[in-house]
Design a protein around this ligand. Structure first.
Ligand code: URA
Length: 198
């Protein structure tokens, strides 16, 4: 059963975050840790910013308005949530949905890397600048959105595709269309990577 070791590793990671008391102030105010959701054998991992109110209550990422938009774009690109894995850089809800701080993002970064090592996807899609800045520190989202970038990641290379955040694009007509257009490129990027492997 190929899924079991990965599920076990992900549960262990969750326990480590709690045991290591990561971002204690956020942990205290949040209902629960939102580790992520989806297919542990996915080719694509999406990384957002942090859980919002609904995510905090239900323990799942991207299930509010931004999540609904994300689901629609997945469907338009021929995918469902069970094909991909979805998580956030910060895994507790910041109070009143404020932006996560630099320290909070830094505290979760090693755990995000461990998650990526467990899943070992072909492409990591960052949603918004909070998750992009760690992978592509000197780049501006307005200039690089929708473009796959190859970076060194530990001892192997990984492809990062930065996209706008669905919550930012939801009510902004031109950004919304740009995000949809970028999203439709995702299956093409995956096919190109598969062709390279052959
Ligand atoms: N926005 C995010 O960045 N992540 C979520 O899980 C929900 C909304």
């Amino acid at each position: 059963m190929p899924h079991q070791p990965k599920a076990h590793a992900m549960r262990t990671l969750e326990e480590e975050i709690i045991a290591h008391n990561i971002t204690p102030e956020l942990a205290q105010q949040a209902t629960q840790l939102v580790i992520g959701d989806g297919n542990l054998d996915a080719d694509i991992v999406f990384i957002g910013e942090a859980p919002g109110k609904k995510e905090d209550l239900e323990g799942l990422p991207f299930i509010g308005a931004a999540g609904k938009f994300l689901n629609e774009m997945l469907e338009a690109a021929g995918m469902t949530r069970s094909d991909v894995y979805i998580t956030n850089i910060v895994k507790y809800r910041p109070p009143n949905n404020r932006d996560p701080s630099k320290e909070e993002k830094a505290a979760f970064w090693p755990y995000l890397l461990k998650q990526l090592q467990i899943i070992d996807p072909k492409v990591v899609i960052t949603l918004g600048r909070h998750s992009m800045e760690y992978f592509l520190p000197d780049m501006k989202i307005a200039e690089v959105h929708g473009q796959p970038k190859r970076i060194a990641f530990g001892d192997h290379k990984i492809v990062i595709m930065p996209l706008y955040h669905p919550a930012a694009a939801l009510y902004n007509g031109s950004m919304r269309q740009t995000l949809i257009d970028d999203f439709l490129k995702v299956p093409i990027v995956i096919t190109e990577l598969d062709d390279e492997e052959e």
